[in-house]
Design a protein around this ligand. Structure first.
Ligand code: COI
Length: 335
């Protein structure tokens, strides 16, 4: 297929190959995985994932450098996060080595699908789920680990893609003691309805509040959130209700390196409404500025554009991810 690399969005463009690995025996050990042609998989209607939601996903990207080589960004962190989620959902997880090897093989098999430098990236979607049959409630007897890939465009396009967010207080995304802190597949559909309604009103996404008090911001349906006031950058603390984003962690480390003060803590809505800047972070969105937040019918606008803290962080992070800037953090690996 002849690709038009200039028109990539965040939609699925199936690539040639995927990676498949399954457990065998007592259900706890992954056999060697393999690259297979991308396509449908056969799975029983009684699989654990369909019946009791035993499933996780991940998101990662491979980038093409100006010199044509392809590189990965902090893949070991995805491996650690899926292990954390697997422990919570009573599933075996691939080891860090198996995970990194699987990602590397998937990217190499689909190398010509990695967009040219500056045009986007190859998005990688690892899935871990109970594929064995169950009826009585409990963990599945067999697990599958699959990675598929799709080229995607840059979310942020020259300042035109700043997000408008809606804060509502009818639906909570996660609660203390729940699964908001892992990338469970069950965290996403429960907010579809409220996000669809917000989109119909022209918002890009919904910013969810903490379920306990409704006073503090927590997470957008697809990404983490930061606010900026002067030299202080604040983001909700990890208390098990928000995703421990790899982009979130990288932004904190880059911001500290630049000399900003960074706080991970409760971030009250009233402070958000008074911020200079707000921005979102995630594998899919990268670092995307927020143009406005609407709360109780009041719309607050924020600074966006080239002279912002978020832009400085974005240029630096994408520079490291794409090999355009020196990676003194040691976060990238060329494959
Ligand atoms: C990612 O940023 O990779 C995510 O997993 C968000 C997804 C819901 C698009």
């Amino acid at each position: 297929m002849k690709m038009n690399w200039d028109n990539l969005g965040f939609g699925l463009t199936p690539t040639d190959f995927m990676y498949v690995m399954k457990t065998s025996g007592d259900g706890c050990v992954f056999d060697d995985g393999q690259i297979t042609p991308y396509g449908n998989i056969e799975i029983s209607p009684s699989a654990g994932v369909f019946n009791y939601g035993q499933g996780l996903f991940e998101g990662a990207k491979a980038y093409r450098r100006e010199d044509g080589h392809v590189q990965l960004f902090r893949i070991e962190e995805n491996a650690r996060r899926i292990k954390m989620g697997a422990d919570r959902l009573c599933m075996p997880a691939p080891s860090v080595e198996q995970f990194v090897d699987a990602i590397t093989k998937t990217v190499l098999a689909n190398k010509h699908w990695v967009p040219p430098a500056g045009k986007g990236s190859l998005y990688l979607r690892p899935l871990l789920f109970g594929s064995g049959s169950v009826l009585g409630i409990g963990p599945a007897p067999e697990y599958s680990f699959i990675i598929f890939a799709s080229p995607i465009g840059n979310w942020y396009k020259n300042g035109s893609s700043a997000m408008s967010l809606l804060i509502q207080n009818k639906v909570a995304r996660a609660s203390l003691g729940g699964t908001g802190g892992i990338k469970s597949i069950t965290n996403y559909a429960p907010v579809f309805e409220v996000v669809q309604k917000a989109k119909a009103q022209g918002f890009a996404d919904v910013l969810f509040l903490d379920a306990a008090t409704g006073k503090n911001i927590e997470e957008v349906s697809s990404c983490n959130i930061f606010i900026v006031k002067g030299n202080l950058i604040s983001t909700p603390a990890l208390q098990g209700t928000i995703l421990p984003g790899i982009t979130r962690r990288s932004v904190i480390e880059i911001a500290l390196d630049f000399g900003y003060q960074v706080e991970e803590r409760d971030v009250p809505v009233k402070e958000v409404l008074d911020a200079d800047e707000v921005f979102c972070t995630g594998t899919a969105v990268g670092i995307t500025p927020v143009a406005s937040i609407t709360y109780q019918d009041k719309k607050v606008e924020y600074k966006t554009g080239e002279e912002t803290v978020s832009n400085k962080l974005r240029v630096n992070l994408t520079g490291i991810q794409t090999g355009a800037m020196e990676d003194k953090m040691g976060w990238t690996v060329m494959i």
